[in-house]
Design a protein around this ligand. Structure first.
Ligand code: ZN
Length: 431
């Protein structure tokens, strides 16, 4: 049955890909470096079926849609003319073809279309250019051992993995952020070098990705002193990034760190959110000086805590005074068994006081604190040799599914079953 289930789920997720239908036998090309719109035709399409339903893959003669690659997400957008509007869901590269996914084909597949990339791409470009600036800033702040190990560039945020041992300090993160924002402020113009010989690019100091295969001709993206071999899409000048804010720093593997960051509108939203939060806190604390107000709260809290401790001690002392009268004779000693839901420290105080004041005594206290049962046993010094607190508590703890131990004079045990405290109490009365 398991196997059949597996087979079924395999079948349902598998996709069926039909043959290409060729409409126009011309070479397709990517025009998305220069434009986010184009007037174009569908050159071929094919149907694909998977668990999400039926779709069509289309190839455009002049596609402005960037195909997923180099860490950058693929474009979505719209294909439109007077008679049809088709939403482009995603774009990928397949055997050098730029393949866009659509839900339905337009009625007239031979018509001319206006292809338009979604506005998400603007944010993606800002994030991609920001990863280049981030890369350079990391090498400046941490050292040239920093190498790119991976990246993700989407419209909402960017992620950059790089080689570096050890967590980055707050100061290093702040300095990297400052450097990137400085470059944004300088509004450095994009210099794009298309189809230049790889040797020339490397000669100019372009950073290549370790382990990445490059052709003889490469594309180099330069923002001032930042030069990278890159196939992605970028802003025309760094000012378009607006603002850069690191949102997280973490580790993905030994020697690999990850930085996540936001830019532009997302960064502004982040700061707006912070401001709102601060204003709420100011209202809550009824103070314009948050630091002062919180310091005051901390002081007050400490004072209350110590006052509370004092009160607890007083209460415990009062309790002890009461309990002194409750010892009874049992098997040649003075036995006291009590159920009292005090905290562990208070019980310890009481037990030590009682066993010191009462000769030949065994004290057992059963308590529950925050749903956790506990048993505390004290044996006076003059009974050592006859009774062992550790052994007694071990025996009683069986009733509360617990364990514990201690020395001959004092022992405690915790457990998992508060309902067993009554049985433990009855057992203790037999001592
Ligand atoms: Zn890049």
């Amino acid at each position: 049955e398991m196997d059949r289930q597996k087979q079924r789920s395999k079948k349902s997720s598998a996709s069926k890909v039909h043959d290409w239908v060729t409409l126009k036998d011309t070479a397709e090309k990517f025009v998305g470096y220069d434009a986010t719109e184009s007037e174009t035709y569908i050159t071929r399409y094919r149907k694909v079926e998977n668990k999400d339903g039926e779709f069509y893959q289309i190839v455009l003669e002049e596609s402005p849609f960037y195909p997923e690659g180099g860490g950058q997400v693929g474009d979505s957008g719209l294909l439109q003319n007077n008679n049809a509007a088709v939403e482009v869901l995603e774009t990928k590269k397949e055997n050098n073809l730029i393949v866009s996914l659509v839900k339905n084909l337009p009625e007239d597949v031979n018509a001319r279309f206006h292809a338009k990339v979604s506005t998400d791409r603007r944010h993606t470009m800002a994030n991609h250019s920001a990863t280049h600036l981030l890369h350079e800033a990391l090498r400046t702040v941490l050292g040239t051992h920093v190498e790119q190990k991976g990246s993700f560039v989407g419209p909402d945020y960017l992620r950059f993995d790089f080689s570096h041992f050890g967590k980055m300090t707050d100061e290093e993160l702040a300095e990297v952020e400052r450097l990137v924002n400085e470059k944004i402020q300088e509004n450095i113009k994009l210099d794009e070098f298309r189809d230049i010989p790889i040797d020339e690019a490397i000669g100019k100091g372009a950073m290549a990705l370790f382990g990445e295969k490059y052709g003889d001709k490469v594309r180099m993206i330069q923002f001032g002193s930042s030069r990278e071999l890159c196939g992605g899409t970028h802003v025309r000048s760094t000012g378009e990034i607006g603002q850069f804010k690191i949102s997280a720093e973490s580790s993905t593997a030994a020697g690999i760190r990850r930085i996540e960051a936001i830019t532009g509108q997302k960064a502004r939203e982040y700061y707006n959110g912070l401001e709102e939060q601060i204003n709420e806190l100011k209202q809550l604390l009824k103070s314009k000086d948050l630091t002062k107000a919180v310091e005051k709260l901390i002081d007050e809290n400490a004072a209350l805590k110590s006052e509370n401790e004092g009160l607890k001690k007083e209460k415990a002392n009062a309790e002890t005074a009461q309990w002194k009268n409750d010892f009874r004779e049992s098997n040649g000693k003075n036995l006291l068994v009590k159920r009292a839901d005090l905290d562990a420290a208070a019980i310890k105080d009481i037990v030590f006081t009682l066993k010191k004041e009462q000769p030949r005594s065994v004290v057992v206290v059963l308590s529950e604190n925050g749903g956790k049962p506990m048993i505390t046993v004290g044996v006076s010094d003059d009974l050592s040799g006859e009774y062992h607190a550790g052994n007694i508590v071990k025996e009683l703890a069986k009733e509360i599914n617990g364990g514990g131990g201690g020395n001959p004079g004092f022992a405690t045990a915790g457990g998992k079953n508060p309902a067993g405290l009554q049985a433990a109490l009855e057992k203790a009365e037999q001592l």
